[in-house]
Design a protein around this ligand. Structure first.
Ligand SMILES: C[S@@+](CC[C@H](N)C(=O)[O-])C[C@H]1O[C@@H](n2cnc3c(N)ncnc32)[C@H](O)[C@@H]1O
Length: 274
């Protein structure tokens, strides 16, 4: 039984309780009926307001999603913008693109390739410079993103490297995470986008190692953004990072599926909505 139906049935039963109690206490039947009707109306109004507010929020979020998707498609220069449940949301990508422009970001490291890789590479081509390196644990998916980059002649602005997951001990925990041997140990990035490994495979803390492993790769003005930050696992990751990195500055942004931002410079956070 779905949650709303369960809540409705529970509320219907609860609305009848005062009437039944009144009858049990010997109060007249007509008063019990009036009280029951009153309780029923109260329940209907309360549940109706709750459901109306949920439906309004859903529709507002879909409108934001559509508006962002249309905006991104308009500037995508014909690159296919297919949004799946795995891809970054258009509103999150738009926010990241704004950060890239505002901060003059030239070097990006991404964990988890896809539409974000293509569209950031396209933005670099339009603005005249910048490079994105994307690590992906899935060789087939990496090859598909690479093929699109080549077809769209974006391969000098972005590269996808296969980085298989291997057991990594980070933040007092061992879990499968990207093998960084594909990464130059001296490399520094202005922006790190954490959109993998996929947490839907079962480990809610799959992305925990990112900041522990990549802090040393952030430039002096660097930022690291964690996508899907509204999920329970990512909220736990955000709390652990805040505890373990007192030298960094953090902000949770209520966009898309949530974006948690860690920044070397505090002033960068002022560029973000609350
Ligand atoms: C959250 S996804 C990365 C999404 C990517 N940043 C984007 O905006 O499209 C994490 C991983 O899921 C895998 N994946 C499988 N199917 C996918 C799909 N349809 N779209 C994106 N990633 C997919 C890839 O290995 C990818 O690295």
């Amino acid at each position: 039984m779905n949650r709303d139906l369960r809540l409705g049935l529970l509320a219907a039963v609860a609305a009848m309780v005062p009437g039944i109690l009144l009858v049990a206490l010997g109060v007249s039947g007509s008063l019990a009926v009036i009280v029951t009707i009153g309780c029923g109306v109260g329940v209907i109004v309360t549940l109706g307001r709750r459901w109306h507010s949920q439906a309004t929020k859903r529709s507002e979020s879909q409108t934001t999603h559509l508006r962002s998707a249309i905006g991104v498609a308009a500037t995508a220069g014909g690159i296919p913008t297919y949004w799946t449940e795995h891809s970054i949301t258009p509103e999150t990508l738009t926010q990241i693109q704004q950060l890239i422009a505002a901060l003059g970001v030239r070097s990006v490291l991404e964990l988890g390739s896809g539409i974000s890789t293509l569209l950031i590479a396209h933005a670099f081509r339009r603005s005249g410079g910048g490079h994105l390196l994307s690590l992906d644990d899935d060789a087939r998916w990496a090859a598909q993103t690479t093929a699109t980059l080549e077809r769209e002649k974006l391969d000098s602005f972005a590269e996808v490297r296969v980085a298989p997951l291997k057991d990594t001990t980070s933040g007092s925990r061992t879990s499968p995470w990207y093998d960084l041997s594909a990464l130059d140990p001296q490399a520094r990035f202005d922006l790190v986008i954490v959109d993998g490994p996929p947490a839907w495979k079962g480990d809610a803390l799959a992305r925990l190692p990112a900041l522990y492993e990549l802090r040393k790769h952030l430039s002096d003005n660097g930022i690291l953004v964690l996508d899907d930050a509204a999920r329970g696992g990512e909220r736990e990751i955000a709390a652990r990072w805040q505890r373990d990195f007192p030298d960094l500055h953090f902000k949770m942004v209520g966009l898309g599926r949530g974006l948690f931002v860690a920044s070397v410079q505090k002033s960068v956070l002022d560029l973000l909505p609350a």
